[in-house]
Each structure stands twice: as C-alpha cells, then as structure tokens.
Ligand binder design. Structure first.
Ligand SMILES: NC(=O)c1ccc[n+]([C@@H]2O[C@H](COP(=O)([O-])OP(=O)(O)OC[C@H]3O[C@@H](n4cnc5c(N)ncnc54)[C@H](O)[C@@H]3O)[C@@H](O)[C@H]2O)c1
Length: 252
C-alpha cells in the first residue's frame, strides 16, 4: 500500500500541530491548512509537509478548492482531521452576530464543507474523518452558548456522516477534549479573564473531578487518541463521540 495522506485543518494551532507531528512520526504524508500563515511556516520547520495552504475555511468554495489542491499535490487522501476552531464567550443577551457567525463558520461550517469535498477521495481508500468537538458540546456552560451549540452540532454532523458513509467503509468520529494547554486556552484566559488570566484558568480546573490533582490536557494526549481512531484496529469505531476530559463531561 502506498503511504497514507492526512489533511489537518487548524494545523498551526496547538492541537493541530501535535496531530501533524504524531502522524508524521508514523510516516504518514501530512498536508496542512490554517489561516495563520506564519504558524504554518513554523510547523513546516518541525514536520515535513507534503502540502500546506493558508485558507479561511469559512467558505464552502475555499474548502472545495483546498481539497482539490491537496489531491493535485498528493494524489490520495486517507484521513481528514477538522481541528480548526475559535472560542468566543459572552451571554446570549449580548452576543454579537459577527462572533456568532465566526464561531459557527469555523467550528461547524468548515468541517461540513471540508468533509463534503473530501468524501469522494476518502471513499476510494476507506478513509476516515475525525472532528474535534469539545466537552462544551456534551454539557452546557454559562456564557458559551455559540461555542457549545457549534460543538454539539459538530457531534451530530459526525454521527450523520458516519451513517451515510458506513457502507463505503469510511468512518467518522468526534473527539471531545476537556481544556487543552494550547494558544486557544491562553486566548480565552487573556481575553475573558478580567485582567487575571491565571484566576480564569484556576476556575476552569476547579470544575474537574480530580480536585487538587486536576490539570489541563497536553495536546499530545489528544493527538494519540486521534491517531488511534485512524488506525485499522479502530474499524469498529464510527459514529462515536469520544470524551478525553478526565471525566469533566460525565456529570457533576
Ligand atoms: N484548547 C482547548 O481547551 C480546547 C478544548 C476542547 C476543544 N478544543 C478544540 O480543539 C481544536 C483545536 O484547538 P486548539 O486548542 O489547538 O486551538 P488553537 O487556537 O491553538 O488552534 C486553532 C487553529 O484554528 C485556526 N483557525 C481559526 N480560524 C480559522 C479559519 N477561519 N480557517 C482556518 N483555520 C482557522 C487558528 O488559526 C488556529 O491555528 C478546536 O476545534 C477547539 O475548539 C480546544
């Protein structure tokens, strides 16, 4: 079999780049996209990329164009990881349309149209899709309605796709991490921490059942689960939403 090819969206981000490293270590050919051009450049210094493109994925046309470019560059596609994502918070009463469209556009619409464009190519290789959702798609948090709704919708998009593609041997799952130590978490704490980002982070950790032992996930831990889901041993896993959150979403 020729070397498998993965496409990672949000590849310049904390989780996306960890996923790129994990698959590269196992000799997959890695293709990457992000809006962050400098971040993609930095990734390319660490991970040999077969193809990369700076693309805003909030448009269906951009998603289609990107998949077409990946196919020209590599000739095949075996796995797609939709890891691009944004966080915005604020109560529904004061949440602006621009932020709502941004959150839905990156977290949900991009995954929908990237998946749609990738389907014919994934069918050829009985490939797979992993969408990165969140604990916030499994339980509600005050002040995060748009983000929670986008991730819950992503889970249902994935389950529906799993049903539609099962007869073609294409598997689709979501991974729902708790808080991961990435630039997104730093951004949340800086922007919404009312001048005290450390207190914002400590408050997040207080929610975990581990108490004083609670910690944030490392992106590599999540990347390992994504890796497993793309292996033949995971053949029975499709339509699943796998939590990796220390039990955060299990209940209070
Ligand atoms: N960090 C966390 O605590 C956490 C927890 C649960 C789920 N997640 C999810 O994990 C995924 C990865 O997040 P991360 O923590 O690595 O954050 P990150 O901010 O480090 O990475 C997200 C990447 O998405 C890219 N992106 C943003 N808008 C885009 C657009 N319009 N088009 C293309 N790319 C765009 C960003 O440039 C960034 O590189 C996201 O879907 C996020 O929602 C993160």
């Amino acid at each position: 079999m020729s070397t498998p090819v993965i496409l990672i969206t949000g590849a310049a981000g904390g989780l996306g780049s960890a996923i790129a490293k994990r698959f590269s270590q196992s000799r997959w050919r890695v293709t990457a996209t992000d809006v962050d051009k400098a971040g993609l450049h930095a990734l390319n210094a660490l991970v040999p990329l077969d193809f990369s493109a700076t693309t805003d994925l909030r448009s269906a046309a951009n998603c289609q164009e990107l998949i077409a470019e990946v196919m020209v560059a590599t000739g095949r596609l075996d796995a797609v990881i939709n890891a691009a994502g944004v966080w915005r918070e604020g109560p529904v009463e004061r949440f602006g349309e621009e932020d709502f469209d941004l959150v839905m556009g990156v977290n949900l619409k991009a995954a929908f149209y990237i998946s749609q464009a990738a389907i014919p190519h994934l069918r050829e290789n009985r490939g797979c899709i992993v969408n990165i959702a969140s604990d916030a798609g499994r339980r509600a948090y005050r002040g995060s309605a748009a983000y929670c709704a986008s991730k819950a919708a992503l889970v249902m998009l994935s389950k529906t796709l799993a049903l539609e593609l099962a007869e073609h041997g294409v598997r689709v799952n979501t991974v729902s991490p708790g808080d991961i130590a990435t630039p997104m978490l730093d951004y949340q704490a800086e922007r919404y921490g009312k001048g005290n980002p450390s207190a914002y982070k400590r408050a997040l950790l207080r929610d975990y059942p581990q108490g004083r032992e609670a910690r944030f996930l490392r992106p590599e831990e999540v990347a390992e689960l994504v890796w497993y889901l793309c292996q033949p041993q995971a053949e029975a896993i499709t339509g699943a939403d796998l939590a990796i959150d220390f039990g955060l979403s299990a209940g209070k």
